[in-house]
Design a protein around this ligand. Structure first.
Ligand code: GLN
Length: 201
């Protein structure tokens, strides 16, 4: 598969930025809103946005069941920020757990975890498996990973400050998630990593 076909879930969020990053990484990109479009892709990106809104729209578009089934069947999926929340098996919403997600990664994430003082911030993060030095990571009302089950692996952590040690990049087999937004920085390495994952799946 020289050029994999990768979908971007286009219900809400920064769809266009991911589409650009994926085509720069060598994928043919399609928007996915319907089960039929989902069935045509080799991999899928869940963009950043608002996880509760994306979930609501996924129900309206009758995508919740098909997305869960595709993830369960091994479709490679990369979720950024809100997309990380959607891939988590368990979500802590500051008291109330989000009752359903697409799931797939054996982890608990906390929404809006970094708190009001640091709604948005940038930091360099070392990501396992990425050559060429740390990723300049942009966090926007981002989640972090509170705990990982045995099937999932931490790829990157915050290195300094109050959140030092918090997990912000995770992989479990064909599923990849980051708290941050590589589609906003022009650093194509995370999208290239995901394209390779799709080619090898
Ligand atoms: N705070 C958002 C949520 O909970 C995620 C923010 C983002 O994707 N940039 O869904």
């Amino acid at each position: 598969m020289a050029r994999p076909t990768i979908g971007v879930l286009a219900l809400q969020g920064d769809v266009r930025e991911h589409a650009r990053a994926l085509s720069e990484a060598g994928a043919d990109v399609v928007s996915v809103r319907r089960p039929k479009e989902l069935a045509s892709v080799d991999g899928l990106v869940l963009p950043g946005g608002e996880s509760t809104t994306i979930l609501k729209l996924a129900r309206v578009f009758e995508m919740l069941g098909p997305l869960r089934a595709a993830i369960g069947a091994g479709l490679p999926v990369y979720g950024a920020c809100a997309g990380m929340i959607l891939l988590a098996d368990r979500v802590d919403d500051g008291g109330s757990p989000l009752d359903e997600t697409f799931g797939g990664i054996d982890m608990q994430v906390r929404r809006n975890a970094f708190g009001r003082q640091v709604d948005s911030f940038e930091e360099d993060i070392d990501v396992d498996g990425l050559a060429g030095g740390p990723v300049h990571a942009v966090f926007i009302r981002a989640p972090w990973v509170e705990s990982l089950g045995p099937a999932a692996t931490a790829l990157g952590r915050v290195s300094a400050g109050a959140a030092a040690g918090r997990i912000v990049a995770v992989r479990q087999q064909n599923l990849l998630a980051t708290s941050f937004h590589p589609e906003l920085t022009g650093d194509g390495r995370i999208h290239a990593y995901f394209c390779d994952l799709v080619r090898n799946a």
